[in-house]
Design a protein around this ligand. Sequence first.
Ligand SMILES: [Cu+2]
Length: 193
Amino acid sequence: MAQVYFSVRRGLPKAFVIYRHAALRQQIWQMYLIVAIILAVHLGPSLAKEFIVGGDKGWTVGVVDYQAWADGEEFHIGDKLVFNYPPGKHTVCKVDGVAFKSCTVPPANMTLTTGKDIVTLASTGKKWYICGVGQHCANGQKFSITVKPVLLATASPPMEGGAEGPSSSNGIMTHCYHVLTAAIVAMAMMVMA
Ligand SMILES: [Cu+2]
């Protein structure tokens, strides 16, 4: 009898200690997750760059070698291209590789005309931009870029050369990044619930 009573008395504080440890561990986890989320939310956008196409010269014809400018930059998903020009003087058309070569201007509803056009790079791979006014494209107002995934920004050397190379591996890396972010958020929600 005395032994049972004894073990029950000793058992209670022990359970209490285990409970307190679990609560503490949960609190530490919560802190880690909050930090991870803050980093994911704040680091992502801050890494994205805004490129003023042609720099101070802007988007014009006969002044800037846009391809040389583009070749000197590295573009990643989330980055923005800003095309500055007097409205009416130029336009911005996103085209494919064939239209890029032949300077074929797409329909007007696929053309940007505001004079301060901002293009957010949303997918990996090769992108082509031309001006749709007159002979501007033929006179060099055009350039192509290769957009790289977010994660590979610092992890791997640039993948140059391939004109039409498939970007499935890049896509997978990006996909992994999104899944990871989603997993962190989901775990945080579970812990905080
Ligand atoms: Cu133009």
